[in-house]
Design a protein around this ligand. Structure first.
Ligand code: F6R
Length: 609
């Protein structure tokens, strides 16, 4: 995710802004910029690339002034470039903003503004906010911000500057973090605490819908209707390293906890607000185009491949198209039967995985229509594919993929609903039901994350096992694959995922007394069959941890322990079920003292074949 900083006081703002952005570098970014009020107007300096490049650009002509905002960008709308970098200004340069998140209705707003004569300099959703400020400015900065907030929708943290009222910064947030650092005769704004802890440890943590008027010697917080809110000062006791991890011990657990936001951002603008269906403006496929597709290949590596396995169930069952899922390094060399009626979907968090990129090129060479599902705007895979759907997980720093996987699942489900409706394979009522379920996901993940002590206990109890088995049928099997990979890659415990019905065809002998078996039983259409498989492993004295939907009153009779996830539709269950499995892996690894964020022999982006 992008980083935000802001300063108002008596010091040179640029110094704090550059220093604060440097403290946020660990989060990953592709461009940086600052805006400073110099007594007459607001000067914006920004460029694509590292912060160091921005520093060099302005080294001999530092913007002077005691109020400013800064930003490191992780591209979402529009590829990394100078003009897409933040801060963004309106044409007069009097209104300048920095923004994290996604403005859901920006395309419509942009068209309306263009009709009114506005000219845009970037492809971003954020620039629309600066133009809206100019369009609606009525001599009152605060009232105009409120007006603009009533027009935009989406997720955001935003900081506004106005050259007409240079005694204040105004900031607000919705589903994205923002903190205000309280100083003496100066105040600070940041998306993350590391940016400010060298200056103050007294903060206000803003909540959704709150709006703060930040002056050099006062901070006034209110809701959007102007009702004052009395904020408690939150004293930060973390050291710099803990602050980077948001107070968590590792990036992996931080990222697991970011999943509600990541999932919400990935759905923003795509799952219709009235839950009537899915919109992919970036695809704009037609019914005729989709009817012509007679086969889909999903190609990826590792965790992304596992998301593809789930995607196969989604696309086959909801859109009724035959789907093959391939490991990218296999696909390239097996002469796949691809033609112009084939859609090849490649999935990649980084967008740089060499095997996936090569498979994509091969699919293209064979004549397939290609689509990339990736988390990195402007990455090699995004550039190579005919079309791209981005996941909005934000930068993933821990090597083990977590929030990228859940956002990939959400994307694959949205795609299946979208294609299913276009092909007339999915009744509208069923699509609506799934959209309602998608809307509930972020809150359900939040609820689960707040009550996962039992998972930690199991991980501590069984964390020294030599082998662990994951079993499940149908979509539960697909999730078992990812649960098993997570456990082995970070805790180094040998783990196997098995289609539950397949155990007796060879592997059952490995299930002996005390071997932990994680049995996923969230799929109601194969539930009874899964119970039979659970009985098979229980009969061999395995210790079984069942993973089931809340309200399942039978499971406890067959297993030793149960982890419940919220009751949901069978297609949504994988997105919830993986969360306790990620946590199980995380706590098993910490129990064994493993280097969770940097597991051995594993790189975040594998750019060799
Ligand atoms: C597992 C993991 C790897 C990646 C794989 C593909 O936690 O991170 O298995 O999923 O290397 O990477 P991307 O998605 O970047 O193509």
């Amino acid at each position: 995710m992008c980083g935000i900083v802001g300063y108002i006081g008596d010091q040179e703002a640029a110094g704090f802004l550059l220093d604060g952005l440097e403290k946020l570098e660990y989060r990953g970014y592709d461009s940086a910029g600052i805006a400073v009020f110099n007594g007459t107007n607001i000067r914006v300096e920004k460029c694509v690339g590292r912060l160091e490049e921005l520093k060099q650009k302005i080294a001999h002509d530092m913007p002077g002034g005691a109020m400013g905002i800064g930003h490191t960008r992780w591209a979402t709308h529009g590829r990394p470039s100078d003009r897409n970098s933040h801060p963004h200004a309106d044409e007069s340069g009097n209104f300048v903003v920095v923004h994290n998140g996604i403005i859901e209705n920006y395309l419509r707003l942009k068209e309306e503004l263009i009709d009114k004569g506005h000219h845009f300099a970037s492809e971003t959703d954020t620039e629309v906010v600066a133009h809206l400020m100019a369009e609606h400015y009525n001599g009152d900065f605060e009232a105009t911000v409120k007006k603009v907030l009533s027009i935009i929708s989406g997720s955001y943290s935003l900081v506004f500057m106005c050259a007409h009222e240079p005694d204040k910064l105004i900031c607000t947030k919705q589903d994205n973090p923002l903190v205000i650092g309280l100083g003496e005769g100066e105040n600070f704004i940041a998306s993350d605490i590391p940016a400010i802890i060298n200056h103050t440890r007294k903060t206000y943590i803003l909540s959704d819908g709150e709006l703060a008027i930040v002056k050099k010697d006062s901070v006034w917080v209110q809701n959007r209707d102007g009702v004052p809110i009395s904020k408690k000062v939150f004293e930060v006791h973390w050291d710099a390293e803990a602050a980077e991890k948001g107070g968590f011990d590792h990036f992996m657990i931080k990222e697991i906890n970011e999943q509600p936001r990541a999932v919400r951002d990935t759905m923003t603008g795509r799952v219709a607000k009235d839950e009537t269906g899915i919109v992919f403006e970036e695809l704009n496929w037609t019914a005729d185009e989709m009817s012509a597709i007679n086969k889909i290949f999903i190609v990826a590596c590792g965790t992304a491949y596992h998301a593809g396995v789930v995607g196969k169930y989604y696309l086959e069952q909801l859109a009724r198209i035959p789907v093959e899922v391939d490991i990218a390094s296999e696909f390239r060399y097996r002469s796949p039967l691809v033609d112009e009626n084939t859609l090849a979907i490649v999935i990649s968090q980084s967008g740089e995985t060499s095997d996936t990129l090569a498979a994509l090129k091969e699919a293209k060479r064979l004549g397939a229509r290609t689509l990339a599902v990736t988390n990195v705007v402007g990455s090699s895979i995004a550039r190579e594919a005919d079309q791209v759907v981005y996941t909005y997980a934000g930068p993933e720093i821990a090597v083990a993929s977590t929030k990228a996987y859940t956002t990939q699942l959400v994307t694959m489900l949205m795609l299946a609903i979208y294609v299913g409706e276009l092909r007339g394979a999915l009744p509208a009522e069923r699509a609506q039901e799934l959209c309602r379920g998608l809307h509930r996901l972020p809150e359900q993940i939040e609820d689960m994350l707040s009550d996962m002590d039992s998972v930690k206990t199991f991980a501590q109890k069984y964390g020294y096992s030599e082998d662990v088995f994951f079993i499940g049928r149908s979509l539960d099997y697909a999730v078992a694959l990812e649960g098993s990979l997570k456990l082995k890659e970070i805790s180094y415990i040998h783990a196997e995922a098995y289609a539950a019905g397949e155990l007796k065809h060879g592997t059952l002998a490995l299930i002996t007394e005390g071997v932990p078996v994680i049995a996923l039983a969230t799929q109601y259409d194969v539930y009874e069959k899964t119970l039979s498989n659970i009985k098979e492993v229980k009969a061999r004295d395995a210790v079984v941890i069942g993973l089931a939907l809340t309200g399942d009153e039978s499971i406890a009779k067959y297993v030793d322990h149960v982890i419940f996830i919220p009751a949901t539709d069978k297609y949504l269950a994988p997105i919830l079920a993986v969360v306790p499995l990620q946590l199980l892996a995380y706590y098993a690894a910490t129990t064994r003292g493993c280097d969770v964020d940097k597991p051995r022999n594993l790189a975040k982006s594998v750019t060799v074949e």
